[in-house]
Design a protein around this ligand. Structure first.
Ligand code: SF4
Length: 343
């Protein structure tokens, strides 16, 4: 099995909290045995939704929560829409071990940033099948990363591999995965039938260095992308969040140059890009400043417009400039690639 020296350490929690119902599932029992053998502190709680996290302030609780996992049963099984990245969400887990200052889950998770691992994977996949069947002969896409980085916790559960192989058997279902992890090796020999598109979330190195903690390096992600491509998966990149920092043009140009240098030519024929500019809400800004008091992440509402649903994004002129520049950098280097959206 090919690995790289840039790989990040695999995540293991300090504390694992189990719902009693989780023991009714093989995955729940397996996780319990695994954590026990690793000396993880084990607890039982009635629900994975509201766990007590130690700490006297939000910052402490955030960092403690990122060392915890909750193992439980997902009861809300009807997949929710997930535009623009897919038709629906496929939620196999919630949250992830990384600490990105700008995390798009900040507001929705609030204090509940601990990783939640759902053990009823078969039931979650069956709920997807119902939707695929309902839509008849139309292709239905599911996003596995709408509430998590499933690759960063795959070594614990194996549920992403299960989902990939499940979608490999679906005539009209397709899976989409996004990651900032380079731990892809356990997925390379999965029987995917080309039905899962693997996208790596990347950014200018200045953004990765300043605002992403416990993620793989850019080099690690690009290396993993090459392995995923060689395993026959359709490949894509999400460049997010796009940030207008001092020197952003040079930074994003260097990123695209690096990508062009690292990808095998054959990988560029069926390549997708998704471009997502930075956004925040008043609530996420408050949480981010509490979690990362020294962050330099710019979140001044004066520089933004209110887009609806409480979200602030760059003003139209700046957003257009960002979009035009990124599209031109991509087209110059990857003429056959498809930019699926800019948002
Ligand atoms: Fe949030 Fe994704 Fe970063 Fe995890 S990897 S902290 S889900 S932005």
């Amino acid at each position: 099995m090919q690995t790289t020296k840039t790989q990040t350490a695999l995540f293991y929690p300090e504390v694992a909290v189990f719902e009693p119902e989780a023991f009714n599932y093989e995955l729940g029992r397996r996780l319990h045995a695994e954590f026990q053998s690793r000396g993880v502190s084990l607890q039982i709680a009635p629900s994975h939704n509201r766990l007590e996290v130690a700490g006297t302030d939000h910052c402490q609780r955030f960092h403690h929560a990122k060392q915890m996992v909750a193992v439980g049963v997902k009861h809300t099984l009807t997949p929710q829409p997930c535009r623009p990245s897919a038709d629906y969400r496929l939620v196999l887990n919630t949250s992830c071990p990384a600490k990105c200052h700008y995390c798009y889950l900040a507001a929705s998770l609030g204090e509940r940033t601990y990783v939640r691992l759902y053990v009823n994977v078969d039931e979650i996949l069956q709920s997807a099948v119902k939707l695929i069947k309902k839509r008849g002969h139309e292709i239905t896409t599911f996003e596995a990363s709408s509430s998590s980085d499933p690759v960063a916790i795959e070594h614990l559960t194996g549920s992403l591999r299960q989902a990939i192989e499940f979608f490999g058997r679906q005539l009209y279902g397709r899976l989409r995965v996004v990651t900032k992890s380079d731990h892809v090796d356990s997925l390379l020999d999965a029987v995917h039938a080309g039905h899962t598109r693997f996208r790596f979330s990347i950014n200018a190195e200045a953004i990765i260095d300043q605002y992403e903690e416990a993620t793989a390096s850019l080099e690690g992600r690009l290396n993993a992308a090459g392995r995923v491509h060689r395993a026959g998966y359709p490949l894509g990149f999400i460049i997010a969040p796009l940030i207008l920092y001092e020197g952003w043009r040079r930074g994003y140009e260097a990123l695209l140059d690096k990508l062009a240098d690292s990808l095998p030519p054959a990988a560029t024929h069926d390549l997708t890009f998704e471009l997502i500019m930075h956004r925040f809400t008043q609530r996420s800004r408050r949480l981010i400043l509490e979690r990362f008091p020294g962050t330099t992440l710019a979140m001044d509402t004066q520089d933004r417009i209110h887009k609806g649903f409480g979200k602030y994004v760059y003003k139209p002129q700046k957003a257009q400039e960002l979009e035009d520049v990124l599209r031109s950098y991509i087209t110059e280097r990857f003429p056959y690639a498809q930019v699926e959206y800019f948002t």
